[in-house]
Design a protein around this ligand. Sequence first.
Ligand SMILES: *[C@@H]1O[C@H](CO)[C@@H](O)[C@H](O)[C@H]1NC(C)=O
Length: 372
Amino acid sequence: MAYVHVLLWLFLMLIVKISAKVPAIIVFGDSSVDAGNNNYIPTIARSNFEPYGRDFNGGKPTGRFSNGRVPTDFISEELGLRPFVPAYLDPTYKISDFAVGVTFASAATGYDNATSDVLVSFEILFTVLYMKHTRMILTRTNYLQGVIPFWKELEYYKDYQKKLKAYLGEQKASETIADALYLISIGTNDFLENYYTLPKRQMQYTVDEYQDFLIGIARNFIVNLHGLGARKISLGGLPPMGCMPLERAENIQSGSACVESYNVVALNFNNKLSNLVMTLNKELPGIQLVFSNPYNKLLQIIKKPSLYGFDVSEVACCATGMFEMGYACDRYNPLTCTDANKYVFWDAFHPSERTNAILSYHMVKTVLHQFH
Ligand SMILES: *[C@@H]1O[C@H](CO)[C@@H](O)[C@H](O)[C@H]1NC(C)=O
């Protein structure tokens, strides 16, 4: 009996401890952690339609680039908060909701300002094709703009701080700001959508120089975030991006193997991010900056899918699994798999919900647990 009491008491203490320590999850980044901000800006980088979200809370496309939840949703739940982190631009949520978690992330964005504009050129093409078919949406061109640049996410965060102070009062809001866990997940698009797709940055920088350019931006961002009161910050590493089904599909002459050169770039960049984390921990008073690196775990899942209960890791669930994402991942495509839990990737660029869950638990267990 006493034993049960002690256990119960420990359990309650644990709950109190978790909920007291991290009052909110605040997220910056790209499609890996967007929960639908892009639904509210004019862009084609969207996923608020079926089959996206078909396993989300009974089947709801939200703008998350997965069949279900994204990593920050799982991390929030693991830290004793809500099982999801809502998008800041989603009008169905209010400051009372955002007070315990919010994401400013925007699919297709990057550290580099130029990355958030990459899709504009594709959008113009898309719009022209669309107009040819419908002759109805001429006005759309007037609204074309990029997705939310990384610096703008911080502007939204400043706006959020004001609303939080009005809602909670100065004192309580400052506590939330200082005790919240900040998660940053961004960078893949800078390489795959920008550097290796368009000539501009390649003409300016070698890939090593480009990495240093991005590291400088990451550094500024964290310095500014710290200046605004943030203390507990997780900087996310790059995935083995040469193993995204889209990259493999372009590597067809090598039997659709992973593009090793992209993986090498991810490893080098992660090294630089890890060094940045060490330096900033020394420079910025009171900061608890950690590096959350998904690289090794995701590569292991991709190389040995059966160890994790997956059947397929080379191609994605949606459509042919080689190229489709966003609007190309179409609900009527008969090739789309029936059970996304069997696939490491949901679309050609994004993991399935189950992969997101495995990566999130791994991240909490190995790194983020210290914020409990
Ligand atoms: C990105 O754009 C913003 C807004 O124009 C600017 O303040 C910032 O310096 C730019 N960043 C870089 C690295 O050029």
